[in-house]
Design a protein around this ligand. Structure first.
Ligand SMILES: NC(=O)C1=CN([C@@H]2O[C@H](COP(=O)(O)OP(=O)(O)OC[C@H]3O[C@@H](n4cnc5c(N)ncnc54)[C@H](OP(=O)(O)O)[C@@H]3O)[C@@H](O)[C@H]2O)C=CC1
Ligand SMILES: Nc1nc(=O)c2c([nH]1)NC[C@@H]1CN(c3ccc(C(=O)N[C@@H](CCC(=O)O)C(=O)O)cc3)C=[N+]21
Length: 291
């Protein structure tokens, strides 16, 4: 049997259609949702994501601002720009593209963003709110994954969920969301003994590692839902230059029940949820000013 493929581009199109309607409604009240993106350095992958974010805004009827800085910029310049954006009432979302160059204290940068404009959901206050079960902004990638699961009515209550990866931007918030939804959650990482023992128990397996094709079909339970968050550019071999996930699609597609492809899976949904958070922020601020 071959797994059903969960098409992130198709789901994105549906969700973005609804977002565009909400953006138009705000627009008719004189408010244009606006996302500010800060990019430091010349990493080509980051440049692609930022371009996708800016294009996503335009197509959904939102405004975007983009500030690019050279890799050796003085962090004080970036902090000053964040302060300016925090104070600008026409800006509803602020995102600083990660990773940042070495001279930056990334945590300090994330803490500098006003929590009510932190559409990534990375500010400590927002991380805390998510953990307490009362999120202000849900981090975009795990949020997108939850929407993908919901769109397919994947049963979550009592399901065994296994996440490979424990980063602040993917693995940890993913664990919180699946836990809140009623899954029994296991989080694996580089020190996990016998990774396959864990992954084979998963009804829902989320791979967020950054290692091309490391999850192979023999590590997957038959019928499982497999979510591939990984985005890797292959350096060598017959597919050199191509994008691939952390899941070996060829060997997994005949074992899994449902699987997300790379590209065209979680990536587009991440951007869609960023747009959703920005719109939500603009709606909240419009409600505040009306009061
Ligand atoms: N689709 C999307 O929208 C997004 C995709 N990504 C992609 O997802 C992937 C993960 O990103 P991110 O979370 O930021 O990455 P990080 O590098 O921050 O985290 C990777 C995690 O994988 C764990 N890990 C590394 N090697 C192994 C191993 N051999 N076995 C088990 N666990 C291992 C690490 O463990 P330890 O903590 O012990 O080091 C770490 O927790 C990347 O490919 C990234 O490009 C990221 C964000 C959004
Ligand atoms: N502050 C911050 N917030 C982030 O959300 C954030 C970040 N920093 N740093 C990097 C990661 C990575 N990330 C992706 C977003 C979209 C695609 C995406 O659109 N992928 C397309 C393909 C893109 C391509 O062709 O390269 C796809 O999977 O189909 C991928 C990865 C967001 N991240």
């Amino acid at each position: 049997m071959s797994a059903r493929i969960l098409d992130g581009n198709a789901l994105s199109a549906t969700v973005r259609g609804r977002l565009a309607e909400r953006a138009a409604a705000l627009q008719s009240r004189g408010v244009t949702p606006c996302l500010a993106v800060i990019l430091v350095g010349e990493d080509p992958a980051s440049a692609v994501y930022v371009r996708n974010k800016v294009a996503g805004c335009e197509k959904t009827g939102m405004r975007s601002l983009k500030d690019s800085y050279p890799a050796d910029v003085d962090p004080a310049v970036v902090f000053a720009r964040i302060a300016e954006l925090n104070a600008d009432p026409t800006v509803h979302g602020i995102l600083v593209q990660l990773p940042l160059p070495r001279q930056f204290d990334s945590d300090a940068v994330l803490e500098a963003i006003a929590p009510e404009k932190d559409v990534d959901g990375f500010h400590a206050e927002n991380v805390g709110a998510l953990m307490q079960g009362n999120p202000r902004f849900i981090p975009c990638t795990p949020y997108g994954v939850m929407e993908m699961l919901k769109s397919q009515n994947v049963p979550l209550k009592g399901a065994e969920a296994v996440i490979v990866g424990r980063s602040n931007i993917v693995g940890k918030p993913m664990a919180m969301l699946l836990l809140a939804a009623g899954c029994t959650v296991t989080v694996c990482h580089s020190q996990t003994r016998d990774l396959a023992f864990h992954t084979r128990r998963a009804d829902i397996l989320v791979a967020a590692v950054g290692r091309p094709r490391m999850i192979t079909g023999d590590m997957v339970k038959p019928g499982a839902t497999v979510i591939d968050v990984g985005i890797n550019r292959l350096q060598s071999g017959p597919d050199a230059g191509k994008l691939c996930g952390d899941v070996d699609f060829a060997s997994t597609k005949d074992v899994a029940g449902l699987i997300t492809p790379v590209p065209g899976g979680v990536g587009p949904m991440t951007i869609t949820m960023l747009l959703a958070n920005t719109l939500e922020s603009a709606e909240r601020s419009a409600r505040e000013t009306k009061k």
